[in-house]
Design a protein around this ligand. Sequence first.
Ligand code: HEM
Ligand SMILES: *[C@@H]1O[C@H](CO)[C@@H](O)[C@H](O)[C@H]1NC(C)=O
Length: 571
Amino acid sequence: MHACKHNRMEIASILCCYLLYQLALPKPIPGIPYNEVSVRGLLGDLPALARHVKDGGNFASYALSTVRALNSPLVQIFVRPFGKPNVLLADFGEARDLLLHRKEFDRSRVAGDLTKGFAHDHHIKLKTGEAWKSQRRLIQDLMTPNYLHNVAGPVVYQKARMLMDLWRIKAEIAGERPFEASDDVFRGALDGVMSFCFGERFRDTAMGPAIDALHELDRGAMELKHDGNPREPVKFHVPPLNAVLESIVTISETPLQVQGSPWPGLKWAFVLRNKRIAQAVEVKERYIHDELEAIVERLRASENDAEKSAVHHMVLRERALAEKEGRAPQYFSRVMIDEVFGFIFAGHETTSTTIGWGLKLLADNPHVSSKLRTVLRASFALAWSEARQPTMQEIARAHIPYLDATLEEIQRCGGTTPIIDREAVVDTQLLGQHIPKGTNVACLVMGPSMMEPGLVGEGTRTIHTDKGTKVKPWDPSNISSFDPERWIADKNGAEVFNPAAGPQLAFGLGARACYGKRLAYLQMRIFFSLLLWNFELLPCPPVLSDYSSGLVITNKPKHCYACLREVNSFK
Ligand code: HEM
Ligand SMILES: *[C@@H]1O[C@H](CO)[C@@H](O)[C@H](O)[C@H]1NC(C)=O
């Protein structure tokens, strides 16, 4: 009797375990292809993903390889044990419709999961609605041409000039040998976005110490370091950043630790217990608070409120909004601090990665760089004849289709943000397949129909809406080549830039597309104009010019070197 009862309990518990196991196995969405092996274990695609990463891949390249292997524009993978499948969408037409028109999809919770440890109340996590709209009011108008050209532009331009100064010295020392460029580009982009935020108050730059270090350099000792081998990169000392900038770098690396965790809240609590990270957050909080305070103080002291920086603009907005709503302004709220930090974390790594890709693409396509240089010389004819640098106003206001086209093509081929996530907020459909509420849909920016021929036949797309015009697909014969001409159209015999020439997802689309897009374009416009004005980009040795990448926060080139020859000595 006793033994029998024991036996029955054992059977029951085995049965129970078996049922739990069955329940915990990945549950595919019917009709959407997946890797067969992935549904046989609790870990789904994770073992295969781990192998892929070990071989030098990353999440985005795994997603792409799955789409290719299953030869389907809509697939599912299982990367969250006990969680829902992740749907991958690799088709521009369907993705465009989803992002632009379909209310059934909204900001995915992934964005909030990855940022809540250091910018808990930033609007990136909010679903599109009243709360999001009202928070965006704080940063409204910062991307208008007027603001960008007159307030942000001049300080951003000045930082780009510093980078050119730095590279003039490096080019002279390196003597046409390659040197590592990504740290310098990173410093330039960081200084650029910090200047956008804090205006002229931001003086303790990332570029300053890099330039100082070069002035102090013992050039004789340097010469010895590269063994005289002209293909060997010259190694320059990388000076440390100041405490504030270092804290930004430290914080920017944290999302990587949280990425893919099934319990992001717990994971953040763990990550923030790290002393170095906790300190970085504290330094960042204090800095932003002090900057806000300085501006509020100045505002109290004088009513002269000509806008001087993005943070200044936000303080004025908050004052005006509070007045309108009949409440006291909250200058130091979590929202204010997180929105300021939002510019920095969303703006520095993205811009510097894209500029890094641009540097490589232009060095490897000399016909493009020399055409662009010729076009720039014609456009800034006055600066050329006066043997000087083009000014900020000249660069910002000139109408140069080939420059616009080149920047657009760098965005397309760089693939800085290779995935754009959305979440189904109701049960819905994609490409004719059922998508349950709560499913994360990852739109692939670099895959079929973007950088390689598409997989979807006309007629299979959902296209619920007939809003907007259709975008013509890229010609499959040259879809993967770097060629700015694809963005150029002919209008009554004149070259014009056509931003709708074909598929592009670099900044996302729709209401939740990149907020900072115009600032990013301005920074790139200034950087590449000055770069080609001053230097010829020589090709780097093949070992330093491959296109492998690592997905850190953005999809960064593993090798980013510059081999520069000064083309003039204009001041
Ligand atoms: C080349 C540089 C940049 C790239 C490639 C880039 C890319 C992106 C992408 C792909 C998204 C998501 C779009 C979507 O979900 O549809 C995004 C969102 C966002 N970006 Fe950028 N970005 C860049 C620069 C910047 C800069 C300079 C800023 C700010 C100063 C910025 C601020 C933001 C913000 C606030 C969002 C969230 C918008 C929202 O949720 O409503 N970005 N960006
Ligand atoms: C791509 O190929 C097509 C057809 O040969 C051609 O018309 C088009 O100009 C090419 N585009 C680019 C960007 O080279």
